[in-house]
Design a protein around this ligand. Sequence first.
Ligand SMILES: *[C@@H]1O[C@H](CO)[C@@H](O)[C@H](O)[C@H]1NC(C)=O
Ligand SMILES: *[C@@H]1O[C@H](CO)[C@@H](O)[C@H](O)[C@H]1NC(C)=O
Ligand SMILES: *[C@@H]1O[C@H](CO)[C@@H](O)[C@H](O)[C@H]1NC(C)=O
Ligand SMILES: *[C@@H]1O[C@H](CO)[C@@H](O)[C@H](O)[C@H]1NC(C)=O
Ligand SMILES: *[C@@H]1O[C@H](CO)[C@@H](O)[C@H](O)[C@H]1NC(C)=O
Ligand SMILES: *[C@@H]1O[C@H](CO)[C@@H](O)[C@H](O)[C@H]1NC(C)=O
Ligand SMILES: *[C@@H]1O[C@H](CO)[C@@H](O)[C@H](O)[C@H]1NC(C)=O
Ligand SMILES: *[C@@H]1O[C@H](CO)[C@@H](O)[C@H](O)[C@H]1NC(C)=O
Ligand SMILES: *[C@@H]1O[C@H](CO)[C@@H](O)[C@H](O)[C@H]1NC(C)=O
Ligand SMILES: *[C@@H]1O[C@H](CO)[C@@H](O)[C@H](O)[C@H]1NC(C)=O
Ligand SMILES: *[C@@H]1O[C@H](CO)[C@@H](O)[C@H](O)[C@H]1NC(C)=O
Ligand SMILES: *[C@@H]1O[C@H](CO)[C@@H](O)[C@H](O)[C@H]1NC(C)=O
Length: 364
Amino acid sequence: MRFTKSAITALFAAVLANAAPAPVPAGGVGVRPNDTAPEYHTMTDFDFQSLNLALNQEWIELDLFNYGVRTFSVEDFAAAGINEEEISLIQFMANQEVGHATLLTNILSAYGRTPAKQCTYAYDFYTVRDFVNFCQRLTRWGESGVYGFLPHLDSRPSAQLLLQSITTEARQQMAFRQLAGAFPMPVYFETGISQAMAWTSLQPYLISCPAENPRIEWPIFPALNVTNDANLLVDGYNAAISHNRTSLTEPGRQVQITWEAPKGNVSYDGLYNTTVGGNVTDPTAPKYVAWINQLNATYTEFNQTGNYSGYTFQPGGVVFNNTDDGIVNGTSFIALTDSNPYVTPYNLSLLNDVIIAWGLYQAN
Ligand SMILES: *[C@@H]1O[C@H](CO)[C@@H](O)[C@H](O)[C@H]1NC(C)=O
Ligand SMILES: *[C@@H]1O[C@H](CO)[C@@H](O)[C@H](O)[C@H]1NC(C)=O
Ligand SMILES: *[C@@H]1O[C@H](CO)[C@@H](O)[C@H](O)[C@H]1NC(C)=O
Ligand SMILES: *[C@@H]1O[C@H](CO)[C@@H](O)[C@H](O)[C@H]1NC(C)=O
Ligand SMILES: *[C@@H]1O[C@H](CO)[C@@H](O)[C@H](O)[C@H]1NC(C)=O
Ligand SMILES: *[C@@H]1O[C@H](CO)[C@@H](O)[C@H](O)[C@H]1NC(C)=O
Ligand SMILES: *[C@@H]1O[C@H](CO)[C@@H](O)[C@H](O)[C@H]1NC(C)=O
Ligand SMILES: *[C@@H]1O[C@H](CO)[C@@H](O)[C@H](O)[C@H]1NC(C)=O
Ligand SMILES: *[C@@H]1O[C@H](CO)[C@@H](O)[C@H](O)[C@H]1NC(C)=O
Ligand SMILES: *[C@@H]1O[C@H](CO)[C@@H](O)[C@H](O)[C@H]1NC(C)=O
Ligand SMILES: *[C@@H]1O[C@H](CO)[C@@H](O)[C@H](O)[C@H]1NC(C)=O
Ligand SMILES: *[C@@H]1O[C@H](CO)[C@@H](O)[C@H](O)[C@H]1NC(C)=O
């Protein structure tokens, strides 16, 4: 049978008359044609302060990755088992940060607000191995710092864009572990931390920032130092996709801790005062150590041995009983606390109120 042109036109008209939006199951936000069109800007101070903190993190990553590529020679990298193609990868990661910083600057600039500009930074590594190790630690708190607030943002469209940046950062974190010769991802779940926790980890590396940068409103906790922290770098394990090496730490390990008193005026312009959580009664006498990793915040007792020093034992425990992955693994987080409230990933930021000091724990 032969179709005439008018028959075909009539057929299309009939199909179009039945056209309807693709079905969407009940619920969901911003998924229907008549929903408000997305606007990619911050809606509240919470949004602005969270995304501006993330922007500060992108700026230091941009500086850091470029600094490493610029500072070390091809021979220095080769001695750490890192070849020229891998150096190019690190350079590409720096370029990714230009994109991320641009994205956040655009989101934050709405309503004539001033997003952070790049600061100047101080690093305390002098070798390629220490550089890549520092990068995997810095990207760890950068990544976790965003996971902690992403679902709490008022602006879901902004959260969408930040999500698409932070997944790239997650790949950077893993690549730096590989460049450091470590097991790439020894956890089942990447943890989230609060903005105050991330800012506490970041701010020691800032030397000075442009005067017009917005003040960062998140508190900074006193520093916690694990004085017998494991070193991720193990002789004989250079850059590789994966190494099957022995875990650096185990449950039951005695962990030595020192911490600082809260300080005012610690930096050049008084921006970086440190403070303990609002519920803390005695910042000289922590009772617990909080271990924050995977989906968990778990406590161990703190045994104080001196003014601002003491010890605890690394906890065991698994995320789910039908698996064998310890909750404390990889580059994880640790805090001294006044009490031991039960928190879960979505309300972990409530821990801010009980923290006496904050730091990282290199479990593996
Ligand atoms: C949007 O469209 C759906 C049907 O597609 C309708 O049920 C709903 O009431 C509309 N919502 C608004 C706010 O107009
Ligand atoms: C942490 O403790 C170690 C071991 O005592 C020490 O080498 C390091 O300098 C301390 N770090 C800080 C930031 O105080
Ligand atoms: C690597 O480690 C796993 C356990 O984590 C073990 O089952 C496996 O046999 C090891 N493989 C090699 C090649 O060493
Ligand atoms: C830091 O603390 C000092 C007092 O120790 C106070 O005068 C100053 O305002 C504080 N700075 C900020 C930014 O909170
Ligand atoms: C903090 O800074 C303020 C204002 O500059 C000054 O008055 C105060 O003495 C400083 N405090 C400390 C502990 O340095
Ligand atoms: C804490 O220290 C006290 C006194 O030194 C000791 O009796 C106690 O067993 C210690 N607790 C732990 C968990 O090590
Ligand atoms: C702790 O500080 C007090 C008062 O400053 C001092 O008397 C004491 O000797 C210190 N203890 C230790 C173990 O350093
Ligand atoms: C870790 O978190 C998971 C998920 O919330 C929970 O089921 C488990 O009991 C926690 N484990 C420990 C040791 O706290
Ligand atoms: C997991 O095992 C521990 C220790 O046996 C037990 O206390 C806990 O209730 C178990 N959790 C679940 C969710 O089964
Ligand atoms: C950490 O994960 C690695 C790799 O899965 C595993 O071999 C190691 O035993 C784990 N360490 C702890 C302390 O759970
Ligand atoms: C955090 O949320 C859990 C439920 O997921 C709840 O049981 C717990 O009480 C909350 N913690 C605080 C400090 O409110
Ligand atoms: C902090 O103290 C307030 C007031 O007593 C209380 O409602 C809140 O639960 C405490 N927060 C935590 C995390 O314990």
